[in-house]
Design a protein around this ligand. Structure first.
Ligand code: GLA
Length: 342
C-alpha cells in the first residue's frame, strides 16, 4: 500500500538568517511544491525515483551521507524509521516543481513530505510542529546543514496563499493572508548555491561568536544600539546588527501585512536587503542589480530571499503593473527567470 506526503515550496518575505538566532520570520507558502509516494518495504532498502533525475537510486538504510542526490530522502526515511513510523525501508516516488539550490526550500519540502507520508504509513500521532522539528534534525544531524527551523515550519504548516509569522524562539505562529492589492513575485537570479558550500555555516559561526560575547542565545532580543556600542570584533558585530535590526523589521512587516499597508511592508523589505548586503554580506552584485531594477521599475519592496549567495529575489508589486514590470525586469536581466507568484 502507498502513502502520500505533500509540501509546498516557500519564499521568505522577510526575516533572513534569524531563525537560528531567536528572531521572528515571515515566510509564505508557494503554489509550486512537491509530492512523495511512499510504499513501505520489509527489507532495509530504499529506492527513489524523482522527476529531477534520470536514474532510480537504491540505498541501504544504514548508509551515511555520500554526496548523492538521494541523501536527503535517505536521511528523512532514516528519521521516520527512528521515530517508529516504518519498520524497514521504502520505495519513494517524488514529483517536484520546486527548483533546487534557489532558496525556495526544496530540501525542507522533500524531508517534510517524506515524514508526512511515513507518518500516514505508521499511523503515528505527531503534530506538524513536532514533524518540522524532526525535519530540521535531519538537516542538522544527517545532512550536516546547520539551518534554522523556518523552512521546515513553513512547508509543514503553511498552505499556499498564506504567510506564517513565526516566532523561532517559541515556535508559536500565526497564519496571515497575503496582500490583496499586490502580487508577491519570485524571480530567480540565475545563480544557484548550496547551503553545504560553507558560507551559510560561516555566517552561523559568526553569529555564535556574537551570542557568546553577549551571553545570550537570542541575538534578536538585543537592541541594535547596544550592539553598535559594544566592543565585539568584526565581522561578528555587523552580523549581530543585521539580526537585531532584521527582527524589528519583521515585526513592522507583520503589522503592515495585517493592515494591508504595502508602503511600510515594502520599506521593511528594502531595508532588509540593504542590511543583508552590507551587514550580513550575503548578497552578490548581480542580485543587488536585480533588486535595484525591481524597485526602479515600480515594485514597492524587493529583496534577496533565502540563505543567500544566489537564488531568488522576492518583490511586491501592484497587481495592475505586475505583467509589464515582470517583462521589463526579465528583459534587463537575461539570466533571470520568473518562478511564480505566491
Ligand atoms: C535557509 C535555512 C533557513 C534560514 C534561511 C535564511 O533557508 O534553511 O533555516 O536560515 O536560509 O534565512
Amino acid at each position: 500500500m502507498a502513502f502520500i506526503g505533500k509540501a509546498p515550496g516557500r519564499v521568505n518575505l522577510i526575516g533572513e538568517h534569524i531563525d537560528y538566532n531567536g528572531g521572528m520570520v515571515l515566510p509564505a507558502a508557494l503554489s509550486i511544491g512537491l509530492k512523495v509516494k511512499l510504499t513501505p518495504r520489509r527489507d532495509d532498502t530504499m529506492t527513489i525515483a524523482a522527476n529531477d533525475y534520470p536514474e532510480i537510486a537504491t540505498r541501504q538504510m544504514d548508509e551515511c551521507v555520500s554526496g548523492h542526490w538521494s541523501d536527503t530522502a535517505l536521511g528523512a526515511l532514516r528519521q521516520a524509521r527512528a521515530l517508529g513510523m516504518i519498520a524497514g525501508g521504502a520505495d519513494l516516488a517524488v514529483r517536484s516543481t520546486i527548483p533546487q539550490g534557489s532558496g525556495l526550500s526544496s530540501s525542507a519540502a522533500l524531508i517534510v513530505a517524506v515524514l508526512k507520508a511515513a507518518r500516514a504509513a505508521g499511523n503515528t500521532a505527531l503534530t506538524d510542529t513536532a514533524l518540522a522539528v524532526e525535519a530540521r534534525a535531519v538537516e542538522n544531524g544527517f545532512m550536516g546543514v546547520p539551518c534554522g527551523i523556518m523552512d521546515q515550519m513553513a512547508v509543514a504548516l503553511a498552505e499556499p496563499g498564506t504567510a506564517m509569522a513565526l516566532n523561532t524562539a517559541t515556535l508559536s505562529y500565526a497564519l496571515l493572508g497575503l496582500p490583496r492589492t499586490h502580487a508577491v513575485m519570485v524571480v530567480h537570479s540565475g545563480l544557484t548555491r548550496k547551503l553545504t558550500d560553507g558560507r551559510y555555516g560561516a555566517r552561523k559561526a559568526e553569529c555564535d561568536r556574537a551570542k557568546a560575547y553577549f551571553g545570550t542565545d537570542d541575538l534578536c532580543r538585543l537592541t541594535p544600539g547596544e550592539i553598535a556600542a559594544s566592543a565585539l570584533e568584526e565581522p561578528a558585530r555587523k552580523r549581530a546588527l543585521h539580526c537585531a535590526s532584521e527582527h524589528r523589521r519583521v515585526l513592522d512587516a507583520v503589522a503592515a501585512l495585517k493592515a494591508d499597508d504595502m508602503a511600510t511592508l515594502g520599506r521593511a523589505m528594502n531595508e532588509s536587503h540593504v542590511s543583508m548586503r552590507d551587514h550580513f554580506e550575503m548578497s552578490l552584485p548581480a542580485i543587488d542589480a536585480l533588486v535595484t531594477d525591481a524597485l526602479t521599475l515600480g515594485a514597492d519592496g524587493a529583496r534577496l530571499t533565502g540563505g543567500g549567495f544566489g537564488g531568488c529575489i522576492v518583490a511586491i508589486i501592484d497587481h495592475q503593473r505586475q505583467s509589464r514590470w515582470l517583462a521589463e525586469l526579465l528583459s534587463r536581466h537575461p539570466a533571470a527567470r520568473f518562478i511564480g507568484a505566491a
